[in-house]
Design a protein around this ligand. Structure first.
Ligand SMILES: NC(=O)c1ccc[n+]([C@@H]2O[C@H](COP(=O)([O-])OP(=O)(O)OC[C@H]3O[C@@H](n4cnc5c(N)ncnc54)[C@H](O)[C@@H]3O)[C@@H](O)[C@H]2O)c1
Length: 427
């Protein structure tokens, strides 16, 4: 059995759990999940070997998943899902008894890191280290009570205020000292990550917070042989951006500007309405174009891009976000053109299958003996966590190739290079 520990029991987490339960009952297909719906080509095209990913690699089965979560708001998963307003009653009611059984553990929460939230279901302790030790105890107890033999943790909690890496984040000793001294450089998300790693639990970060993306915790992950990944689920607007921008670059079309704006009305939108949390998100959303377009290699095409990202909290929309993009490109002889994208998306519907895939792949990585940063999971993130000396790969299809080649490599199958010359060679 695989125990999935979610930090935060809000829109994304409850949509994920309720979705898994619906799929288990045969009420829905796991649409959007690569691990469940995806296939992988093996060998030459003429061999016609295309198994499903879940039949190719030994992933935990959905029937083997058990869940728990932490949240400063004491609502059980059913109440939280009702409040989030993502799923209709027809999908919530059949899973109601199951969801009501998931009540959140008290959170390591501090309002100075998420200004727009107030929580009552919070841990008390003299130091941040005390709180982190309580989280470790939660992990051990969940493992024991649930009967799970393996665990994974996914951060699906609110976006914290922007933090830059500092001295407290450089080594484990400095980090632990900072926890003991209640240093403001240690955010609650880092306490969860530290606790997970100390307990040998793979950790993935679905929000743009710094969290595990610091040398101190990377070192701990390597030392304890635990997989880590992050950060910020790549779902709507940024997913589109990492599809479109590589297309422009592939065809050597220039880009003058990219204006992205969003309206959303869920609690995430409310939290992001705080400028400090927004800054964390903005950094995550902005980085993408710079890396994909490589203005240093193509100064004439991408040297002067005006890139703007806005998020506006607009309650009537609830979880149904609208993301608009206005893209000013230029072509042959510099003639300008415009592209407009209007993505009427559902945030948590896009994020839930990503939580599932990250939980299953995080667990697979650990069983396969992979430890530390899992760059092959970049496919799922807006700001992929990479080794310090590398820049991240943002192109969605390169990320997909990287992921699938990693699976082939794990299973001893040949890499697919797409060279294809062998099909045309005559003896
Ligand atoms: N849905 C998407 O498409 C998407 C994409 C990328 C990232 N994200 C990120 O995923 C996260 C979750 O999104 P959501 O829509 O579910 O938000 P939400 O506000 O509905 O849920 C977040 C929950 O986290 C809880 N929380 C806050 N601080 C906590 C702490 N220290 N410990 C435990 N719980 C804590 C909150 O009380 C809340 O219930 C957000 O950070 C969001 O930015 C979502």
């Amino acid at each position: 059995m695989l125990g999935v520990m979610l930090v935060g029991l809000g829109a994304v987490s409850t949509t994920f759990i309720a979705g898994v339960e619906n799929v288990r009952r045969g009420r829905h297909l796991p649409i959007g999940s690569l691990t469940q719906m995806g296939t992988i080509r093996l060998g030459k095209r003429t061999e016609r070997r295309v198994p499903r990913i879940r039949e190719f690699v030994p992933l935990a089965d959905l029937s083997d998943l058990v869940f728990t979560a932490w949240d400063p708001i004491p609502d059980d998963a059913y109440t939280a899902a009702r409040k989030a307003g993502v799923l209709e009653a027809r999908d919530l009611e059949p899973a109601a008894p199951f969801l009501k059984g998931i009540t959140p553990l008290s959170a390591a929460f501090d309002q100075s890191y998420v200004k727009r939230l107030q929580g009552t279901n919070v841990k008390r302790g003299k130091t941040k280290r005390d709180l982190a030790e309580q989280l470790r105890e939660d992990i051990r107890q969940f493992k024991q009570k649930s009967g799970a033999d393996r665990l994974v943790m996914v951060w699906c909690a609110s976006t914290e205020v922007f933090l830059t890496p500092g001295p407290a984040h450089q080594t484990l000793a400095a980090f632990e000292r900072a926890m003991e001294q209640n240093d403001p450089a240690i955010a609650p998300s880092m306490l969860y990550a530290w606790a997970a790693l100390q307990e040998g639990v793979p950790f993935a970060n679905g929000a743009p917070n710094l969290t595990v993306d610091i040398p101190a915790l990377e070192g701990l992950a390597d030392e304890r042989r635990v997989p880590i990944g992050g950060k910020d689920f790549k779902t709507g607007q940024t997913m589109m951006k990492t599809v479109l921008a590589p297309a422009f670059k592939a065809r050597m079309l220039g880009l003058a500007g990219w204006y992205s704006t969003n309206i959303l009305g869920n609690r995430d939108g409310e939290v992001l309405d705080d400028p400090e949390s927004f800054k964390t998100k903005e950094e995550s959303k902005l980085g993408v174009l710079e890396y994909i377009l490589q203005p240093e290699l193509y100064p004439e095409l991408y040297g002067k891009i005006y890139h703007k990202v806005r998020i506006n909290y607009y309650p009537p929309r609830g979880d149904n976000k609208e993301g608009w993009d206005n893209i000013d490109i230029f072509g042959w002889l510099g003639y300008p053109m415009q592209i407009k994208v209007d993505f009427l998306c559902r945030d948590s519907i896009l994020a839930a299958p990503i939580v599932l895939d990250l939980a299953l792949f995080g667990d697979l990585a650990q069983r396969a003996g992979l430890a530390g940063i899992q760059e092959w999971l970049s496919f799922y993130f807006k700001s992929p966590h990479t080794a310090r000396n590398l820049y991240p790969e943002h192109d969605l299809f390169i990320q997909q190739t990287k992921l699938k080649n990693t699976l082939r490599w794990l299973m001893g199958e040949a890499q697919i290079t797409h060279l294809g010359i062998e099909y045309y060679e005559t003896a």
